[in-house]
Design a protein. Structure first.
Lengths: 282, 150
């Protein structure tokens, strides 16, 4: 009897699909799924984070308290001004803002977790009046009132967790890094919608405080000038904030709509507030 | 910056894995097809008992292959494991390993003058074990009883 092994045709156990095509198809599927999951997580975080009690936010911020500068005469003045603005903005029960002064030349101010607001010397040096400064602080107070820092942190965390879960193993500590970065040490990046919202509230507070909104757009003019002067190194505030021209126009439109005068007597800043002449001597 | 560097390293590994994997696979298949023709004279059967009552001797013959995935295959298969379905990336890898193992077993049998191997079985073993973070490699061993002429 004759035995034989048959010749087995090629390609029975192996798919003919090109591996790159296979890869692209999988990548596309993953991208769609990831976008959906991350989008839903971010949306939920956005909706949920603002319901976090302010006291919980303060406890979270307390972890970073060591990074804040010590009190100074400037911070005492800023705090007094901010307290008046906070009263004008009608902050809810239990919510308060804490002002901090950083002796650095950056033209910057930001609001972060726990109602902490940081103002840099560079900004203070260039503010021509209390009214202009009040607009900046009112803007940051509005961020606090609208819970923007915690919402932004929540969104960042949700995205981080979603990404970490999806890429389990590949990037396991992304959530940890997001929490580390998203805290007090760096400026939280707010969305354009959040900035517009804060602008509107701030302008209302300035109008309530002074009876007019003269000087309120000074900050955006200043940022525009700085951006023109240093096209490659825009001020920090500008990097995270949208088009200053648009915001100047928006302020004028809001003032007109509410009958707030764009002209009026502005209050000067206390003479001893400025530590040293502005850098650059302009 | 760190994330950017990670991405570059990932892309380089992907390209290296893909190119090296493709070249190795093409070369290996060419060699497999050639040697399968050469070894066509050594027959393999899964039957436990020899089909012929030969008066020759018996010898245990085995062929073993250890084969590893490349980085590209690894990424593709991890993506595939999300959706399920055919792990196409591994099909060719295991096909090559099985055939190479049989070829090595036949080679051994042929060196002993055998024309037939019966009771052929396969065994596989995952080299990195169950650690999911480790590399993926598998041993495929084919073994059987070679019937040698006396």
């Amino acid at each position: 009897m004759q035995y034989s092994n048959p010749q087995i045709p090629e390609g029975i156990n192996v798919s003919a699909t090109h591996p790159l095509l296979d890869f692209l198809r999988l990548l596309g599927g993953i991208a769609v799924a990831a976008a959906l999951v991350i989008g839903v997580a971010a949306l939920l975080a956005d909706k949920l984070a603002r319901h976090l009690p302010f006291s919980a936010e303060e406890r979270l911020a307390a972890r970073f308290a060591g990074a804040l500068p010590p009190p100074s005469p400037q911070s005492a003045y800023l705090q007094a001004l901010a307290d008046r603005i906070a009263a004008a903005q009608d902050l809810p029960e239990g919510m308060r803002v804490r002002l901090h002064f950083v002796d650095e030349p950056a033209i910057n101010a930001f609001a972060t977790l726990g109602g902490n607001i940081v103002v840099f010397r560079g900004l203070l040096d260039r503010m021509p009046s209390e009214n202009a400064l009040a607009m900046v602080i009112a803007h940051e107070v509005a961020h606090v009132k609208l819970r923007h820092p915690v919402t932004t942190l929540g969104r960042g965390l949700a995205i981080g967790v979603a990404v970490a879960t999806l890429s389990a193993g590949a990037g396991g500590d992304i959530a940890g890094r997001t929490l580390g970065n998203g805290g007090l040490l760096t400026v939280l990046t707010f969305s354009r919608a959040q900035e517009r919202e804060a602008d509107a509230r701030a302008l209302g507070a300035v109008a309530a405080l002074y009876g007019h909104v003269a000087g309120a757009d000074r900050i955006f003019r200043l940022l525009g000038e700085e951006a023109a002067r240093l096209p490659l190194d825009p001020p920090a505030l500008l990097r995270t904030h949208p088009l200053d021209r648009e915001r100047i126009d928006a302020i004028a439109a809001m003032a007109a709509a509410n009958g707030w005068s764009l002209a009026g007597a502005v209050r000067p800043l206390p003479a001893d507030l400025r530590g040293r002449p502005p850098a650059g001597g302009s | 910056m760190g994330e950017f560097l990670d991405l570059i390293v990932f892309l380089v590994l992907m390209v290296v894995g893909y190119v090296a994997g493709r070249i190795a696979e093409r070369r290996h298949y060419r060699s497999i097809l050639e040697r399968e023709k050469q070894m066509a004279g050594v027959l393999v059967f899964s039957n436990r008992f020899p089909p012929l009552s030969g008066a020759g001797g018996q010898a245990l013959v085995a062929g073993s292959v250890v084969v590893s995935e490349d980085y590209f295959k690894r990424v593709v298969s991890s993506l595939q494991s999300v959706f399920g379905g055919r792990l196409r990336a591994y099909e060719s890898l295991l096909d090559r390993a099985r055939r190479e193992a049989v070829l090595r077993m036949k080679q051994e049998a042929s060196e002993q003058g055998a024309r037939m191997i019966v009771n052929v079985k396969f065994q596989t073993f995952s080299i990195p074990g169950r650690n999911p973070r480790s590399y993926g490699a598998v041993e495929v061993m084919a073994y059987g009883t070679a019937l040698t002429a006396r």
